[in-house]
Design a protein around this ligand. Structure first.
Ligand SMILES: Cc1cc2nc3c(=O)[nH]c(=O)nc-3n(C[C@H](O)[C@H](O)[C@H](O)COP(=O)(O)OP(=O)(O)OC[C@H]3O[C@@H](n4cnc5c(N)ncnc54)[C@H](O)[C@@H]3O)c2cc1C
Length: 435
């Protein structure tokens, strides 16, 4: 038997599940599929190793979907300040005093209570999944795999490995960086691997939850701290959870991964800035390859891509899923407008509009991350000095700094014009000539 829907979404990760909720709330019927069932949440569980910095823009979007209250009922950690500095040493850096070469963004400067929240991926995904379960227009299917798609003229048809078939006007691939739907639809990508990898380390530290997230740039890559909730359920707050990200070569990260807990804690305390509070426990560690990947097209006929299926970026500014949520919002708007206008959901002009809104914005963020990555990985004296001057300038130009903060928080949809122009006109260096 074939089941029919307005939209089929493959991938119930954060982006696919958000899109399903948005479409259903606007009256469309949706099939939401995943090969796994999202993990349940229990308050006594240690934090998920994967956490994301969710911007204020994402908070507004998830609140509109009715999901933010579910997230806060589980757990989240607000951060009010974000600090970035260059931790490498070079004689020329003495030209700039240390405090000037450190830039701190503060929510108070924008009259806001926080810049964003650190939320475990499992919590966000579970909240979206539960919300989808409360909407009768969404059919959730898990532990299923796709064997074929037919991207036809009249409908998109999905065949599952158990033989069932589903049809819809639109098929969305929100199935992550290695998207099967993207491959089955024949959409190519441009991609590149970074030399660095990222190791995520879940730790407990002495003290109450901090309200700052920071990132120090070292020649081998950044080292970052993201605050999480208190370890003590009674609120005694003597110890807190935190998430560390250590970017380095794959060889160095393999060594670190193999260390016993005590030795790893000593290495972290030596390598991380003094801003890191004393660690008492390492609860988990895993490393991730870093790749930049961009789909050559965001749609073909009735198949559309969103989130990591369309783009993966260097996570150094924690923007990946925030961009994915912006895709979901834009795609929802396109499909709902088509329905309201009495048009088919999958018109070339409608989907081209979605692509024209999201592809340049995602590409710009990728280029900005590449510029950042290469500027901070490079130890040649002019670049070293230039980035320190850049950080010092950021401190002395409060208006520009506020504009960048507003963009990173998702309050403004666009980067400030001068920065957009700078990125768009940046010479096509070998590392940034694609996508
Ligand atoms: C180290 C690191 C740190 C990061 N930190 C941040 C951060 O601070 N802030 C931020 O915004 N982003 C961050 N990101 C990026 C963020 O994790 C991703 O952008 C985000 O998870 C993408 O969400 P998604 O829903 O598009 O894809 P995914 O999270 O990959 O979800 C895809 C879903 O599809 C399912 N699936 C896959 N294949 C199939 C298939 N064939 N059939 C059925 N189902 C399938 C999977 O089970 C999964 O549920 C970070 C990434 C890394 C590596």
């Amino acid at each position: 038997m074939t089941q029919s829907f307005d939209v089929i979404i493959v991938g119930a990760g954060m982006v696919g599940a958000a899109l399903a909720n948005g479409l259903a709330q606007a009256g469309l019927t949706v099939a939401l599929l995943d090969r796994e069932t999202p993990a349940p949440f229990a308050p006594e569980d240690p934090p998920d190793l994967r956490v994301s910095a969710l911007s204020a823009g994402t908070e507004t979007y998830l609140s509109r979907l009715g999901v933010w209250s579910r997230i806060s009922a589980m757990r989240l950690t607000p951060y009010r300040r974000l600090s970035v500095w260059d931790a490498s040493h070079h004689p020329l850096s003495n030209l700039i005093t240390k405090p000037l070469a450190r830039t701190t963004f503060d929510a108070a400067d924008l009259g806001r209570r926080h810049l964003g929240h650190i939320v475990e991926n499992r919590v966000t995904q579970r909240a979206l999944w539960d919300q989808a379960g409360s909407d009768e227009r969404i059919t959730r299917l898990t532990d299923v795999t796709v064997s074929a798609i037919d991207n036809g003229a009249d409908a998109a048809t999905l065949t599952l490995t158990d033989g069932r078939t589903l049809t819809a006007e639109v098929l969305v691939g929100a199935d992550g960086a290695r998207s099967q739907i993207r491959q089955l639809a024949g959409i190519g990508t441009t991609s590149d691997q970074y030399a660095q990898q990222a190791m995520v380390i879940s730790v407990q530290y002495a003290g109450s939850p901090q309200d700052i997230t920071w990132q120090a740039f070292h020649p081998s890559g950044p080292r970052a701290f993201l605050p999480l909730h208190s370890v003590e359920p009674d609120g005694a707050a003597e110890h807190s959870w935190g998430s560390l990200v250590w970017y380095d070569t794959p060889a160095r990260l393999s060594e670190l991964k193999a260390l016993p807990e005590d030795a790893l804690i000593s290495d972290i305390q030596r390598a991380f800035p003094q801003d890191l509070p004393p660690l008492v426990k390492v609860a988990g560690r895993a490393s991730f390859p870093l790749a930049r990947q961009h789909a050559k097209s965001y749609f073909v006929n009735r198949v559309v891509l969103a989130g990591d299926a369309a783009h993966t970026i260097n996570p150094l500014a924690g923007q990946g899923v925030n961009l994915g949520f912006q895709d979901a919002e834009a795609l929802q708007q396109t499909l709902v407008e088509a329905r309201r206008a009495g048009q088919p959901l999958a018109t070339a002009s409608g989907l081209a509009h979605y692509q024209s809104v999201r592809k340049p914005a995602n590409r710009r963020m990728m280029l900005a991350m590449d510029l950042f990555y290469h500027a901070f990985s490079n130890q040649t004296p002019p670049l070293h000095l230039a980035r320190n001057i850049g950080l010092a300038l950021a401190n002395s130009l409060p208006f520009a700094k506020q504009q960048v903060t507003r963009y990173a928080m998702g309050i403004d949809a666009q980067l400030p014009l001068p920065i957009r122009q700078l990125i768009d006109r940046a010479p096509r260096l070998p590392f940034m000539n694609r996508g």
